[in-house]
Design a protein around this ligand. Sequence first.
Ligand code: SIN
Length: 333
Amino acid sequence: MSQTKPQSVIQVRQLAGRIGAEISGVDLNLPIADSAISDIRRALLKHKVVFFRNQHIDHAQQVAFAAYFGEVTYAHPLEDEPIEGAPNILPIDRRRYERKNGRRYSYDNQWHTDVTAVVNPPAASILRAFNVPQIGGDTHWSNLVAAYEGLSAPLRALADGLKAEHRFNANKQFSDSNNPFLKRIQANPLVSIHPVVRIHPETKERALFVNPGFTSHILNVSRSESDKLLEIFFEQVTKPGHTVRFHWNNGDIAFWDNRATAHLAPQDLDLFDVERVLYRVTLTGDIPVGPDGFRSQIVEGKPFGIEVSPLAADRGSVKRQVDTPAVELVPAS
Ligand code: SIN
């Protein structure tokens, strides 16, 4: 029987102590009432990552669902082979990454927050499982507000005034100079300075906004002080008690607040010769602001939004369609 009235009631079930909830009672193939969208947004802000089970939607429906919550970005700032007809979709495909980037199973195999190399990292990400293994392949998410609150008061006060540089290959994950992804990073440098503590624009919570994937160092301290401080901060970011772990089935969707979370792609796929294909979309983010009012700054590159990547722009395909927020340039450190 076809349903004409938009779905208006959802159920939210918390999954772990500090992060994660499953949302049921909604079919993403069908229209969703504004009240249910508001409830999903509220659940996202509270639980930081929400999961929808068994939703068999296509690329266009995934983009349409994401668009209820904000402006959908281009697939990824360094994506050079977007899916034809679906330029907003980033395939997370183990075989594609192994072929193009060397031994990687996902977009980034370390704890990371999506694309913090840009001055306006995505506000949120929506990941859809298309073909995932029955065993293994789980993803973890961590609550960066809990990470901040896990620091002692004197360290929170110190962190409140710090800034850090974020870039691709921050920790020399790619060292082989022939690696195609490393070459792409070097040809299209994206580097930004973010406050170490970010005030969430909607909840006003403080989040510890550093991650092992992208944060290279803390500014205005010595290298060894930076290393030690990052070790303390990353310990909180990756602490098991601040996380939730999700096992995927085909059709499952994870929707996370990228302003308040970090995540970790699977760590066990070495053991299995299996396919793993998911599709991700991201929402355009704002410029992070620290407790002292410091706004993130570009060192190299440009803000990330719905325009195509610098790589594709070189081929002259699509023009920027939105005004990006004004950002100041700072010299490279
Ligand atoms: C991602 O890092 O966005 C994808 C995570 C995953 O592959 O599980």
